[in-house]
Design a protein around this ligand. Structure first.
Ligand code: ADP
Ligand code: MG
Length: 669
């Protein structure tokens, strides 16, 4: 559980620092910058559009002022004419045959489309004119105040003034989408600048000079407005300024083109503009679809002398170039942004990598070390920045850690070795103590037995000598009769001999030093060979096969009789162990023990064998399993004799399988 949490805490910061650094590196360029650019562009776009509207509004103002100026000029001209001396002279004459000529001349001079003189009821003083009595401008003039306004003349009214004007006013309507549907096929009315000025008559009567300009198809007028508003280079390359005069919703004078050179006369304004400007009397400032393209447009209503909205004045310029300029700017900004991003992002990423890579490397290294890989290192090249230095420092610390770990392990191993060593030493010491204890017990026992035996043997020797002596006396007394009991005498002799033998052996056991003769160098195999005839009859009797293997080359130092005694002892024991026959194997070979050269003698049988319990006691004096046949002294004496020469004797046995006694004696120098 604790480990899981630990791993979690290791991996999460490494990843999160990567993402955080990437965010820090990329956020400004890929998020904040585009956001700022977006906001700026959106704002700029709005401002730009507002500016276009402001500009078109300004354009409309200029056009409006020009129209006003036309009205003013016309009024002033007519007024000037009305009060001129020439006019007074002409009108003042009794006969007025010159009046039509004068008026026609004046009309041409003033650039008017019509000019006439009306009486105090508004009736033309010259035949063929139009009745002007109902026009507010004329009424005002007859009242003494010159007045000028826009008025709409019907075609009939125009025809009364001049058939040519009526003809010029006629415009065929062109089918226009988005316009308010209509049944009409042509516009025959005329929009005129209508001006009237009072004329003082000599007889004190009232009259008015009425003149005007027909605006229908008055291309000079509209082109002048256009030139004035959209002077050379006032618009960007590719844009086009346009100006139009509407009678109601019909274009009666315009420089908007339908095709290359055909003006869009007779086309109509869209219903939306019409509703806003003509019906509601508002000024329209917006983008509008004009004839065949989008224009930034401004429309304002034109009011006639009755105060009715009879038409519209329009100016506008093609939107496309501005839009294109806008898009070009936008594209430039986007491209610039992309270029900046393309250049800066890889740099930022590399910087971020330079920070999180070493951090991740360090984190991974620590994880690996914790997983047991003490050799794991960041292996970062010595860098000049802080992280690089930290990484190098970490590697250094890990080196120290590994070194400490190695030392600890070494100490641990050494300690283990030492413990094992001490343990085995202790075991060895224990065994030695055990052996020593055993030896001590044995020597105690031997010492006691030696004491007793020496005494007993001595006590026995005397009676035996008495028995032997008396036996000899009895034999000599009996003389020849003795032969009758020769068998009994022989048995007694034998038994006495046996007793003295046992006593001798007892004494020998008790005080072996006293019996030790001189020592000589012998080849053990030879000594054993000399023993064999002594036991030959026993081997035969028990049908025991003898196997010999004499490989020993070294000599040993020992009393010959004693060595024989040991050998015979072991051979006789082996024969006793094989009552039903078997194989007796005698081997000699050179053998080093504890680095000391020596000779080993093995005497092995295939007899009854011994249990471990039995084995533990066979070297004890008087221990025998043979009842009265054995003395139990053979092996203990053999051990003492061999030990006295610096050798050793040991046995291995398996019940039912057989026994092997091994003697080792040091080599004689
Ligand atoms: P003894 O032969 O007089 O009994 P030893 O000291 O020679 O006394 O032997 C002690 C005892 O060791 C024997 O009684 C016998 O039980 C046992 N022993 C010795 N040698 C052998 C052998 N080769 N096989 C089986 N038992 C043996
Ligand atoms: Mg024996």
């Amino acid at each position: 559980m604790a480990e899981t949490v630990n791993t979690d805490m290791q991996t999460r910061p490494a990843r999160s620092i990567r993402f955080r650094l990437l965010a820090i590196a990329l956020l400004p360029t890929l998020v904040i910058l585009p956001l700022l650019l977006g906001i700026t562009i959106a704002r700029w776009n709005t401002k730009f559009d507002a500016l276009l509207i402001t500009k078109v509004n300004g354009d409309l103002t200029i056009a409006h002022q020009y129209l006003s100026r036309i009205l003013e000029n016309t009024g002033e001209h007519i007024q000037a004419l009305a009060v001129s001396a020439a006019f007074r002279d002409t009108v003042g004459a009794d006969e007025t045959p010159d009046l039509p000529t004068f008026l026609e001349k004046s009309r041409l001079t003033l650039g008017l489309d019509f000019l006439m003189l009306v009486d105090d009821r508004g009736q033309p003083l010259i035949s063929g004119g139009q009745d002007q009595g109902d026009w507010p401008v004329v009424k005002s003039a007859l009242g003494g105040v010159p007045s000028t306004a826009i008025d709409i003349f019907s075609n009939e009214q125009l025809a009364l003034v001049s058939p040519a004007l009526a003809e010029r006013a006629r415009i065929d309507l062109v089918e226009t989408t988005n316009a308010v549907p209509t049944d009409r096929t042509s516009e025959t009315r005329g929009m005129v600048v209508h001006s009237a000025s009072p004329v003082p008559l000599a007889d004190g009567g009232k009259a008015a000079l009425v003149g005007g300009i027909l605006l229908n198809q008055n291309l000079v007028f509209i082109d002048t407005i256009n030139d004035l508003v959209y002077r050379e280079a006032s618009l960007p390359e590719g844009s086009r300024g346009t100006a139009t005069l509407f009678l109601e919703d019909v274009r009666i004078s315009t420089n908007v083109r339908l095709f290359e050179d055909r003006r869009a006369l007779g086309t109509r304004v869209s219903s939306a503009v019409r509703a806003a400007v003509l019906d509601e009397g508002r000024t329209w400032l917006d983008s509008a679809f004009v004839v065949n393209d989008w224009y930034i447009s401004a429309y304002e209503p034109i009011v006639d002398s009755f105060g009715r909205r009879v038409g519209m004045l329009y100016v506008g310029f093609l939107e496309t170039p501005f839009r294109q300029a806008k898009y070009a700017t936008l594209l430039t900004i986007i491209l610039a942004f992309l270029a900046v991003a393309a250049v800066s992002v890889p740099i930022f990423l590399r910087w971020a990598r330079a920070i999180f890579k070493p951090l991740e490397r360090m984190s991974d290294t620590i994880t690996r070390v914790e997983a047991g890989n003490m050799g794991a290192r960041t292996e970062l090249k010595a860098a000049s920045d802080e992280i690089g230095r930290v990484a190098v420092h970490l590697d250094g610390l890990l080196d120290q850690l590994q070194q400490r770990d190695r030392e600890l392990r070494q100490w641990n191993d050494e300690l283990n070795d030492r413990v094992a060593e001490r343990t085995s030493e202790l075991e060895h010491a224990n065994r030695q103590i055990e052996a020593t204890t055993k030896q001590l017990i044995m020597s105690e026992k031997l010492a006691a037995i030696g004491e007793i035996t020496a005494g007993v043997a001595h006590e026995i020797n005397n009676p035996i000598a008495v028995i032997q002596g008396n036996l000899d006396v009895v034999r000599s007394v009996l003389g020849s009769h003795a032969s009758e009991a020769s068998i009994e005498f022989r048995l007694i002799d034998e038994q006495i001999h046996r007793i003295s033998q046992i006593v001798t052996k007892l004494l020998q056991f008790a005080k072996p030093e006293e019996y030790a003769g001189y020592v000589e160098r012998h080849a053990p195999a030879g000594v054993i060979s000399d023993c064999l005839p002594l036991v030959q009859h026993l081997l035969h009797k028990a049908e025991i096969a003898l196997v010999r293997d004499d490989a020993a080359t070294r000599l040993v130092l020992m009393n010959r009789t004693e060595l024989q005694q040991v050998a015979i002892n072991l051979i006789v024991n082996a024969i006793h162990a094989m009552p039903k026959g078997g194989t007796l194997t005698i081997r000699t070979c050179d053998q080093d023990i504890d680095g000391k050269p020596g000779v080993a003698v093995d005497i092995a049988d295939t007899g009854v064998g011994m249990t471990d319990e039995l084995m533990g006691r066979i070297f004890d004096p008087f221990f025998t399993t043979k009842r009265e046949k054995g003395t139990g002294l053979g092996l203990s004496i053999s051990q003492r004799l061999i030990a006295r020469q610096g050798g050793r004797i040991s046995a291995e046995s398996e019940p039912g399988e057989g026994t092997r006694f091994s003697i080792w004696l040091p080599e004689a120098n």
